[in-house]
Design a protein around this ligand. Sequence first.
Ligand code: SAM
Length: 337
Amino acid sequence: MELPNYLCPVLKDNHGRTINYLRLAVTDRCNLRCFYCMPEQGNNWLARTELLSWEEMLRLCRLTIGMGVNKIRITGGEPFVRKGIMPFLSELSQIKGLDNLTITTNGVVTAPLVPELKQMGIRSVNLSLDTLDRDRFLAITHRDEFDKVIETMHALISHRIEVKINAVVMDGKNTQDIPALVALTKELPVSVRFIEEMPFNGGGQHYQTLLWDHMQILQTIKNSHPKIAKIPDPQYSTSYNYKIPGHKGDVGIIAAYTRSFCGTCNRIRLTPQGVLKTCLYDNGGTNLKDILRSGANDEAVSSAIVAALATKAIDGHEAERTTYADGAHQSMAMIGG
Ligand code: SAM
C-alpha cells in the first residue's frame, strides 16, 4: 500500500541529519527527588488534562514511525508511576516499523514488571543509579529505595534485558563511587555510563565551570583501572565507550554538558505536555497536544513536526544561547531525561 505523501519515510532536519529516534516523556511525576533533577519538594505537578493521554501518545508514535522514527525511548518523570503504562507499552511494542522500544527508569517499582517487559520484546533498559552506597543514595534521591533499584538491576539481567546504568557525576556527592560503579562491570554484563551533570534541576544553582567533565571522569576511571581501553562507539552513540580487559560489561562517558556529540543528533523529544523539542537545550516550541486537540488531521500534525525540524539548532550550545538567555533551566522530569 502506498503511504500518504505527508508520511515521508526519512525525516530530516534543516542540517540534513536523519531523525529516527523519539524520546517520549509520559509523565512529569517521579517517586524519587534527585537533587540534580528537581527541588526536594518536587515540581508543580501537571494536572492530568495537561498531559498527553495514552491515546494521543499512541497516535503521535504511529505518526512519527510512519515518518521514519524506528526507535522510541519511554522516559519521564518516572514512567512506571503513571497508571496505564503497561497496556500502553504493550500496544506501542506492536506497532510495525518500531524496531527498538526502550525505557529509562529509576527502578523503584520496576522489578515485578520485568517479566512482562521481556514478553513485550523490550531488549534494553536504562537504569538510573548514581551510587552503590545506601546512605549516599538517600542523600542524592531523598528516598530510601536503594534495594529496590538493585533488585530491578538483577531482574533485568536475569531476563537477559540489556542494562545500561546511568550515573550522573556530581561534585562533592558521588565522585568517590566512580571506581565501585566501574567495578560493577567486572562480574555483571552491564554498561555503566557516567553522565556530566547538566543544569536541568528545576531552577537551582549550576556550576560556573563543570569540574567533573568527561575528561576528569575518564582520568578518575584510569586511576583505578589503568588498563581501560577505548572500544568503537555505535552509530548515533552519545557515549564514549570503553572496556576493561576481562570485564563482562563496559563503561561509557556521556558528555551531556560539554555536548560534543550533537553533530550526529538523530533525536526529537516530546515532553509530558506534548511539546515537541528538537534539542534538549531548547525551550520547546510546537505544542503537538494543542494541535491534536484542535482537531487537526494527521497531515497537519506531521506538517507541524516537519516545520519544527526545519528550525532545529545545529547543537545544544546554539539551542541554549538562543532560548535560555536568562539562564533558567527546567527540571529534567518536565522535559524527559
Ligand atoms: N525517572 C527515570 C529515571 O530516573 O531514570 C527517567 C527520567 S530521568 C529525568 C532520566 C535520566 O536523566 C536519569 O538517568 C537521570 O539521572 C538523568 N538526569 C536528570 N537530571 C539530570 C541532570 N541535571 N544532569 C544529568 N542527567 C540528569
